[in-house]
Design a protein around this ligand. Structure first.
Ligand SMILES: *Cc1c(COP(=O)(O)O)cnc(C)c1O
Length: 231
């Protein structure tokens, strides 16, 4: 057996293990596992690894850099037209047009300038990626996202002033804190704003995310292995 088929087998096996984990966590709290979408985060990995997941039947992926995704995804999307690509990393305003053209979902809407430019691009390109507002639940200085106190106002502005297709909220809890409180806070903000989708949970805590209502979990390492470079 070659190293490549080994890797494909590993990715296939990992995908099914993570899916099992999602299903078990959903059942724990009486949720339908089918209501949770597993986003396979292929950032920093070569296109071959994403392709292995596609061959294994997986169709939903996440990338954190627009340029990297532009280099990797157009041929994969062409080969697998049903695939769905999520942007899960910060979006610079000068990349907004490229992001609207390539991504099906953008999870990192977090400031008014970006909302304005997104609205313009959506109009111009006649493409409407679904949007998540990122909330900085830990109020960390270095982290993207709107502060919890500003969330209601910002969500309202995006939907009513800019007409944006905001469907849910996303958060990345602080590394050294238990994620449950952050997920619960995110769920609370979504609920009071009438938003039904919650992107929360990564390799280390996706089960907790699912138990607290995640409709999307973003899992990289547990599917594709460790990343060579830092993100
Ligand atoms: C990298 C990344 C993930 C996946 O992280 P893992 O720990 O490898 O599962 C999820 N969400 C965001 C926003 C990321 O940048």
């Amino acid at each position: 057996m070659t190293a490549e088929t080994d890797l494909s087998d590993t990715i296939k096996w990992n995908l099914s293990a993570v899916r099992d984990g999602v299903a078990a966590a959903a059942k724990d709290v009486g949720r339908d596992p089918g209501d949770v979408s597993l986003i396979a985060v292929s950032k920093s990995h070569p296109a071959d690894r994403a392709r292995a997941a596609l061959v294994a039947g997986h169709r939903v992926f996440g990338e954190n850099r627009v340029q990297e995704a532009q280099e990797k995804w157009p041929p994969l999307k062409e080969a697998y037209p049903g695939s769905e690509l999520h942007l899960i990393g910060p979006l610079q305003t000068n990349k907004t047009g490229d992001a609207v053209a390539l991504f099906d979902v953008i999870q990192t809407l977090d400031r008014e300038k970006l909302a304005r430019i997104l609205a313009g691009e959506i109009d111009k390109q006649d493409r409407r990626p679904e949007l998540f507002v990122q909330v900085n639940t830990g109020e960390e200085e270095q982290k993207a996202g709107v502060l919890p106190l500003d969330a209601d106002g910002f969500i309202g502005k995006c939907i009513y002033d800019y007409g944006l297709p905001v469907v849910g909220l996303m958060c990345i809890p602080p590394v050294n804190e238990s994620p449950a409180l952050h997920f619960a806070l995110l769920a609370d903000i979504a609920k009071r704003n009438g938003l039904t989708r919650l992107s929360m949970g990564m390799s280390a805590d996706f089960e907790t995310g699912v138990r607290l209502g995640a409709t999307e979990v973003r899992v990289g390492t547990a599917i594709f292995g460790a990343r060579a470079q830092r993100d």
